[in-house]
Design a protein. Structure first.
Length: 174
């Protein structure tokens, strides 16, 4: 009985040392807890990614013709392959996404300025595309962003917030 107790004690000490010598995984800052990511995988393995904030929006009415961004921060678009968006070309890289709400249609804006804390500037726009707008049954808060496949080489961005759903901006591989 004594041997077992001593073995258990030594094992417990070694386990305690092992656990205390390995640092715990880093905790994500609280701000990251509200970040969400959505993906679109193309048939050839390339990917389109959008990161956005799911925190409560501070921007008020979506249909007033002013730039809207979830929780006051632009969505970030990561492009792994050159794409077409409307009549424009979007190269490989990272871009800010902004939304310009309208009563019957929204405009999705791809902007090259990804500097944290910077304000929207139209001169940095790379592409713009229309989004159809509809009303959803139950209010959606916080914002939800997703992709829908339109073809093996195309994805449409969808945004839901409040009682509004917007869709139709299509990113395509050439």
């Amino acid at each position: 009985m004594r041997l077992w107790s001593g073995t258990w004690f030594v094992g417990s000490v070694l386990l305690s040392i092992a656990l205390s010598s390995n640092p715990a995984p880093a905790q994500q800052p609280a701000a990251d807890a509200d970040r969400a990511t959505t993906y679109c995988d193309f048939a050839d393995g390339n990917q389109l990614t959008v990161q956005y904030s799911r925190a409560a929006s501070r921007d008020g009415d979506l249909r007033d013709g002013r730039i809207w961004q979830p929780a006051g921060a632009p969505m970030i678009l990561y492009v792994q392959t050159p794409l077409t968006f409307g009549d424009s070309q979007v190269p490989v890289g990272a871009f800010s996404l902004y939304v310009l709400p309208g009563r019957k249609q929204w405009t999705l804006i791809v902007n090259k300025n990804v500097s944290p804390g910077s304000k929207y500037d139209q001169k940095d726009d790379v592409a713009r595309g229309p989004m159809e707008v509809g009303e959803v049954g139950d209010p959606v808060k916080p914002a939800q962003v997703s992709f829908a496949h339109t073809s093996p080489k195309g994805c449409s961005l969808q945004i839901y917030y409040g009682k509004v759903g917007a869709f139709g901006s299509e990113f395509k591989e050439p």
